[in-house]
Ligand binder design. Structure first.
Ligand SMILES: CC(C)(COP(=O)(O)OP(=O)(O)OC[C@H]1O[C@@H](n2cnc3c(N)ncnc32)[C@H](O)[C@@H]1OP(=O)(O)O)[C@@H](O)C(=O)NCCC(=O)NCCS
Length: 156
């Protein structure tokens, strides 16, 4: 008999937003605001959460534009990384994208986010451009800007 996965993937709903926000603030250098998540759901963006024992440990949000799919946000709790969970929700998103006839995926990632860049390269995203001074940062009260890499992937 097939063993049931301990991880449950479901669509993100309004009730999930507070927990997603807590996770977002723990793991992202440039966290989305609560309003960003609310707007994403109101806009019916593709959004999934991964739960482990009813606790949200990961999520993805993507926008299906007519010709491309833009991965807007993706994150996994530190304690659950390198288990293929981000891969799992990215693949689900890719399947949905293909069903809609989109075979181009786009992401923007901070140039200094080497873990995420490795993840996206592992998934055959390639660098197509740079948005200079795209992210506003603050370190020890000093403001500075960071570049975003734009990466693309073709899916079949
Ligand atoms: C990037 C992130 C989503 C990856 O999540 P994950 O669940 O650990 O990724 P997976 O387990 O599916 O990784 C698949 C492959 O990607 C590569 N990879 C993922 N994280 C990596 C890391 N930290 N260093 C090197 N390679 C990495 C590996 O090849 C990995 O396969 P392996 O574990 O068999 O070697 C996670 O590190 C994260 O949430 N980071 C903070 C938020 C963020 O930066 N999001 C992306 C920008 S929106």
């Amino acid at each position: 008999m097939k063993r049931k996965s301990k991880f449950i993937i479901s669509s993100m709903v309004q009730n999930d937003i507070n927990d997603v926000l807590i996770l977002e603030n723990k793991i992202q250098k440039f966290p989305w605001s609560k309003q960003n998540f609310i707007d994403a759901l109101l806009s019916s963006y593709y959004s999934k959460v991964i739960k482990y024992n009813d606790i949200i440990i990961g999520f993805i949000i993507a926008m299906f534009a007519p010709d491309v799919t833009d991965i807007l946000n993706l994150g996994i709790n530190n304690n659950f990384r390198r288990q293929g969970l981000a891969t799992k929700i990215l693949k689900l998103c890719e399947t949905q994208s293909l069903l809609l006839g989109n075979n181009i995926l786009i992401i923007e990632v901070c140039k200094s986010n080497l873990d995420a860049i490795k993840f996206y390269k592992f998934h055959n995203f390639f660098h197509i451009g740079t948005r200079f001074n795209y992210y506003k940062c603050k370190l020890k009260n000093i403001n500075y800007m960071e570049d975003a890499l734009v990466m693309k992937k073709l899916i079949y």
